[in-house]
Design a protein around this ligand. Structure first.
Ligand code: KG4
Ligand code: ZN
Length: 344
């Protein structure tokens, strides 16, 4: 079975083809991606209307590239999957519209996928795929969640952010420091030249006793520190960036270790854009090694938004019989869609 997946929830247009055979882990046949980062850079963040228009321009050429790379004909596609939410409404409508039109034209069923489930299952596309059950740390631009995952569609929320997401903390702090968009990669690059112990920044909710996060206070602390430095800021920017990154990673790591301890599980999956962070990976690798915990990540290029994770989530839902694809081509999108509302 061949599943074509289309991602268009934010500022990346992604298309990919995944093949399911029997009960084996589905395999990525080809993927293509266009990032709008350059276009939005001039505005310091994503401009929704520009995002939607660009998705329209990119999606068909990307789908053609995927078919060409995989040597698969359009008529051989069995299911067309798309990101149904959460995300920007206009951007989601592009992917959903194209997927459903394609399904109708080919007389093939379609399936709407939850974007976060795509991130969550993306490590199954790696050379070292996980096995259920595991703890998942989902760290993206809009979400920071710890979950217990017992199977496809079987997600139990253990804790989540009560305000900003970890990616947002990176992005907002980077903006305060005058770094580019998206802030995560920019801040972590600068942090490599800085001293992570230079500034004492807060670790909100670290000792709260539960598995929730809060990052809004960190951004305020960074701003206060930057103001205090005044003219000195430029010379100390790398130190402040390194201290900020260390604070974010520290909280993510400690809470994740607590989730592992409480659940008794010996496996963790890190997914979402922040999962590409080098310090985060090295800290998790070191901490998990001494605790005999297996840690899994998506391939680096599949950490941020892409079509492969959407095709994969659809493929795994179909394989696990938790959802069927349908030939009803009327569609809706869900800009706000908590993962907990996802029916198995
Ligand atoms: O998962 P994603 O592509 O989009 C959402 O679904 O939100 O995540 C994007 C987020 C942004 O906040 C970006 O700054 C962050 O991931 N990010 C990083 C890194 N690469 C991307 N944060 C820290 N270090 C990185 N290397
Ligand atoms: Zn995402």
């Amino acid at each position: 079975m061949l599943v074509l997946g289309i991602e268009s929830s934010c500022d990346e247009t992604g298309v990919a083809l995944v093949e399911v055979s029997g009960a084996g882990v589905p395999v990525l046949r080809a993927d293509a991606l266009h990032s709008q980062i350059e276009m939005h850079q001039a505005y310091g963040g994503v401009v929704p209307e520009l995002a939607s228009r660009d998705h329209i321009r990119r999606v068909v050429p990307l789908a053609e590239a995927v078919l060409q790379r995989s040597g698969v004909a359009l008529a051989d596609i069995d299911v067309v999957a798309f990101t149904r939410g959460p995300g920007l409404a206009g951007a989601l409508l592009v992917g959903a519209g194209v997927a459903c039109a394609l399904g109708a034209a080919l007389d093939k069923p379609v399936l709407g996928v939850h974007h976060l489930e795509g991130h969550l299952l993306s490590p199954f596309l790696s050379a070292d795929p996980p096995e259920f059950p595991f703890v998942a740390l989902l760290v993206s631009g809009g979400h920071t969640q710890l979950m217990r995952v017992d199977g496809v569609g079987r997600y139990e929320m253990l804790g989540e952010t009560i305000d900003d997401a970890a990616g947002e903390a990176f992005d907002k702090s980077a903006k305060l420091l005058g770094l580019g968009y998206p802030g995560g990669p920019a801040l972590s690059r600068l942090a490599e030249q800085g001293d992570p112990t230079a500034f004492k920044l807060p670790r909100p909710l670290l000792h709260s006793g539960n598995l929730d996060f809060s990052f809004a206070g960190l951004k305020t602390a960074v701003l206060t520190q930057a103001k205090k430095l005044g003219d000195e800021l430029d010379a100390r920017k790398a130190d402040l960036a390194a201290s900020t990154q260390a604070a974010i990673v520290d909280v993510l790591l400690k809470k994740s270790l607590k989730a592992l301890e409480q659940s008794g599980l010996k496996r963790i999956v890190i997914a979402g854009g922040v999962g590409a962070n080098k310090l985060l990976r090295s800290e998790f690798n070191a901490a998990c090694a001494v605790r005999d915990v297996r840690v899994h990540y998506p391939e680096l290029h599949l950490c941020t938004d892409n079509g492969a994770m959407i095709a994969m989530a659809a493929a795994m839902r179909l394989q696990a019989n938790v959802q069927t694809a349908s030939k009803v081509y009327a569609f809706d999108v869900k800009p706000r869609w908590p993962l907990g509302d996802l029916t198995a």
